[in-house]
Ligand binder design. Sequence first.
Ligand code: GAR
Length: 192
Amino acid sequence: MKLIGSKKVKTAVFISGNGSNLKSLIEFSRKKNSPILINLIISNNLKSRGLKFAKIFKIRKKIFNFKDKFLTEKKILLELKRNKIKLICLAGFMKILSKNFIKKFRGKILNIHPSLLPKFKGLNTHMRAIKNNEKYSGCTVHFVNSKLDSGKIILQKKVKISKNETSHSLAKKILIQEHKLYPQAILKIFNL
Ligand code: GAR
C-alpha cells in the first residue's frame, strides 16, 4: 500500500471480543512512524469488551448485528465510505465477510489468526495444535481473501508449545506476540 504525502491511512478495526489487538493497534497508530490512523471501530457484538477502547481513545464506534448479513454489510460499507476508510484490520472479528464485501476492499483487509497458517484455520486453534503434538504454534497476519484464513501471508511469529501447555496458557503466550506482529505487518505492507 502507498502513503499519499504524510497523511495517515484511515483505518477501521473490526472486533468481536476483548479487543486486546485493537488496543495495541490504536497505540501503534498514535506513534509518529505509523502509516495508519484508526478512526472507526466496528463490532458485531454489543457486549464486546473491546468497545471500551472506543471511549478511552475517543474513537467512533458502530455496532451491527449480523442477522441479515447482506443488509448489514451494505450498512457497514456505507459507514466505511462516510469515514473515508481505506484499510480494514480484523482483530478477533468472528464473523465471516461475504465475497462481495471482500471484493469491494480487495487487498485492503488484513486479519490476525492465532496459528501458523496454513495450519489450523478456523476455530479452537490452540487446542488443535496441542492435541496434534505440535512443537510450535504462533500467529499469522494475512490479507483476507474469499476463503477462510487463506489469503497471502504477510508475517508470522512462532511460539514454542511447552510441556503441559493448556490452550489457555498457549493463547496467552501467542496473544503477546500478536500485539507486536500486527503493527509489524502493517509497517511491512507500507514498505516501512
Ligand atoms: C486473537 O487471538 C485473534 O488472533 C483471534 O481472536 C483473538 C482475539 O483477541 N482471532 C481469531 O481467532 C480469528 N479467527 P482480542 O479480542 O483480545 O484481540
